[in-house]
Design a protein around this ligand. Sequence first.
Ligand code: DGP
Length: 114
Amino acid sequence: MSDCLFCRIASGDIPAETIYENEQVLAFRDINPQAKAHALIIPKKHLDSLNDLNQTEDGLLAGLLRAAQDVAKALGIDQSGYRLVSNCGPDARQSVHHLHFHVLGGETLSDRMV
Ligand code: DGP
């Protein structure tokens, strides 16, 4: 989708600091970090949110979760710990409507989940 910010990052149209990439998935640093280490993992193909990931895309879901391991390693936080978050819809304050997982770490995170 040409008007989707993360599609434009995936296509290289808008620059981002890439951390990890494979055929299906791209990970890059969040422009507005909420923790010392904060990356975003996106599917290269457009899906609005987790709600749009159907059973035929279980391979993609696995790939996104597998990428979280690789991103955590690349950020050097796989042993110290990290949090994986996907905001879905208005109550979760999803602001970019292209499915993404936040990987947060590099410090002790809040014990509050909300
Ligand atoms: P969410 O609220 O879950 O939809 O998070 C969207 C995230 O996207 C937010 O943490 C900031 C990040 N973001 C927004 N615009 C850009 C951008 O142009 N580049 C990068 N790298 N991150 C962005």
